[in-house]
Structure formats: structure tokens, C-alpha cells
Ligand binder design. Structure first.
Ligand code: ATP
Ligand code: MG
Length: 276
């Protein structure tokens, strides 16, 4: 895909990036949901991804997390292709990447502390006693008290479940943190707290953070880079400081949340629009 001129600042142009996505194509049957997506970030850099519903944002994060393989293209962490589950990729990507799924994806039957430290228990990094202590510590970071550790997901509010998902995503101090709508459903005070925490983690551990968000204020002001997706493609990607000079009608419409513009509400498959 040829990006518009105003993507000259696309971080994909950086040399030797820590995380690089090259020409990623992902299809489900005949439906191409990622169409030649390229992006890159260095260690410690942060990026917000915005775009209308069904733009492919969640699928992109899942490809980065290794949940989905790619039809074409690559996701490289320090040159190793996780999209193909490259055999030479001995250090498992799960040890390097933490992800908050849009619907949290918590295990209903497990208590919260086991959800939070699931991977660390599974890979033998922590004993169950240590895992429980670590879970309580992580829950504290996201504003949940120790009592919540022994509850089950169904006992928590939607916002509390979201925070458990965030605690799980950061449990193994990932080098890459992928967050699919971390503040959706949270009140403004808590959103602020969570975004501050994400910023602190990125700075302290040089974590590379990619967050999908529907909060345009957060997208504009909290992240180093902004990427706008639509219909499986990157329509604009650049530095936060360059947003105001972008002159990109898709980006402008998305940031304003306007119903007028090139983005229209679409049905399941590309090309069919509810609103012309
Ligand atoms: N497992 C799957 N099988 C088939 N199609 C899928 C699958 N996962 C996603 N899709 C399709 O991929 C497209 C992009 O979905 P995705 O979840 O990435 O959208 P999104 O940008 O995250 O939207 P939203 O903002 O609503 O969360 C949609 O058309 C969706 O139906
Ligand atoms: Mg999504």
C-alpha cells in the first residue's frame, strides 16, 4: 500500500527498530482484515492506534502477540519473526509480550490471583505462594485491593475485570505491552490512573507500548506516536507533534468523531456501507 504523503513521519521508516511489522496481511476466508500493514517502534516508544469499528485494530494486536499467524508479511521482534512462530525464535514470544484483550479473556473458573499470574505459574517461574503475593502486588498497581485476589471474574464489575486483565498483561514485565482498549468502561479518574501507570511502566522498564483506544484525548496526548487504521489499512501514522499538521481527512474525521467524512459505518464486509 502506498501511504499518503503526510505519513512521511511514519515510525516504520526508522532504522533497525526493536519491533517491526512489515507488509502484514491477515485474511479470514475471503475477508482481508489486515491489508499491507507496516509499523515499527523502538524500545520504550509508545503508540496509540485508533480507527473505526472493524478496522482491524484487535486483529493487528493479536498478530503482534502471536495469537494469529499472518497470511503474508512479518512481525519482527529484534529481527525474529513471531508471526510465523519462527522455529529459531527460541525465547517464546509469550515471555516478551503482554497483552490485554479487548474482552479481557479471563478464565471464569480461576480466582483472580491465578488469572493474573497464570503464565508465571504455568511456566514454573513462581510457586503458587509467590504467585499469589505477586498477584496482590500487581492488583495494587491497578487499584484493586488484596481481597479481590480470591474472588472470581464474575464477582467483579466490568471495570474491575478490565484492571485484572491489565495486571495480567504486565505480570511478567513484558518488553512489549499490547493493550486493547485499557480504559474502556473506566471512569475518568481511573482512566487517568491507568494511563499514568502505563506511562510509568514504559519509562521505567523501557517497555514498548501499543494501545488501541477509542479515547481521542488519550490517543493524541498520551502516546509518542499515533496510527489511524481503516478497513485493514494504515491511513496515517506519525509523531504526536505532527498530528495537527496532518491534513488527513480520515484522521481528522476520527479525531473529531464526526459523522461527515470519508469514513462511513460499514457492514461486515468491506465495500458495503450502511451510510453512503
Ligand atoms: N477470528 C475471526 N474470524 C473471522 N473474522 C474475524 C475474526 N476476528 C476478527 N475478524 C474480522 O476482522 C475484522 C476486524 O476485526 P477487529 O476485531 O480487528 O476490529 P476492531 O478494529 O478491533 O474493531 P472494534 O473497534 O469494534 O473493536 C472484522 O471484520 C471482524 O469481523
Ligand atoms: Mg477491537
Amino acid at each position: 500500500m502506498t501511504l499518503p504523503n503526510d505519513t512521511a513521519q511514519n515510525p516504520a521508516n526508522a532504522t533497525s527498530p526493536f519491533l517491526a511489522i512489515h507488509n502484514l496481511v491477515k485474511k479470514f476466508g475471503e475477508n482481508t482484515v489486515l491489508d499491507d500493514v507496516s509499523l515499527s517502534l523502538d524500545r520504550g516508544q509508545t503508540m496509540a492506534i485508533i480507527g473505526p469499528s472493524a478496522a482491524g485494530k484487535s486483529v493487528l494486536l493479536k498478530c503482534m502477540a502471536g495469537v494469529y499467524g499472518a497470511n503474508q508479511g512479518s512481525v519482527l521482534i529484534e529481527g525474529k519473526n513471531i508471526a510465523e512462530n519462527d522455529a529459531s525464535n527460541d525465547a517464546s514470544w509469550t515471555d516478551r509480550v503482554g497483552m490485554l484483550f479487548q474482552q479481557n479473556a479471563l478464565f471464569d473458573s480461576l480466582p483472580i490471583w491465578q488469572n493474573v499470574c497464570f503464565q508465571l505459574i504455568e511456566n514454573g517461574s513462581l510457586s503458587r505462594k509467590q504467585a499469589k503475593e505477586r498477584a496482590v502486588e500487581l492488583l495494587g498497581l491497578v487499584g484493586l485491593d488484596a481481597d479481590s485476589a480470591t474472588l472470581r471474574p464474575a464477582d467483579l464489575s466490568g471495570g474491575m475485570q478490565k484492571r485484572v486483565g491489565i495486571a495480567r498483561a504486565i505480570a511478567n514485565n513484558p518488553e512489549i505491552l499490547l493493550l486493547d482498549n485499557p480504559t474502556a468502561g473506566l471512569d475518568p479518574v481511573l482512566s487517568n490512573h491507568i494511563e499514568n501507570m502505563i506511562e510509568t511502566i514504559a519509562k521505567k522498564h523501557k517497555t514498548t507500548v501499543i494501545t488501541v483506544t477509542n479515547d481521542m484525548e488519550i490517543a493524541r496526548n498520551r502516546y509518542d506516536f499515533l496510527t489511524m487504521m481503516h478497513e485493514g489499512r494504515v491511513y496515517w501514522s506519525g509523531k504526536r507533534d505532527d498530528i495537527s499538521d496532518a491534513h488527513n481527512e480520515h484522521l481528522t474525521q476520527m479525531l473529531k468523531g464526526s459523522s461527515q467524512g470519508p469514513i462511513s459505518m460499514r457492514t461486515r464486509n468491506r465495500g458495503q456501507h450502511l451510510v453512503a
